[in-house]
Design a protein around this ligand. Sequence first.
Ligand code: FES
Length: 100
Amino acid sequence: MERSQDTVVCRCENVTMGEISDVLTAGAKTFDDIKRVTRAGMGICQGRICECAVTDLLMRGGGVPPTEISPRSVRPPVRPITLDVLGASEPDALPLPDEA
Ligand code: FES
């Protein structure tokens, strides 16, 4: 399958390869540079799906060596949780990761 500039790289934020290429042409050198401009990696999956593809574009299109690519910034919550869990007054009432 051939990729085009319209190929969607980040499905959560609907970011295309062309948008990322434009950011790389403008001088982006990190995943976070791309994220700040395009929102790639800021969707509901927090980059779990698109991180590899964006990193690949960073290496190939941005010319950044793999050894110089730093991990993207990750901020909590790292997985979606409901408001009733956030509002629980008893810490023991919080579900274990397997129960969430
Ligand atoms: S696919 Fe990019 S944030 Fe989910």
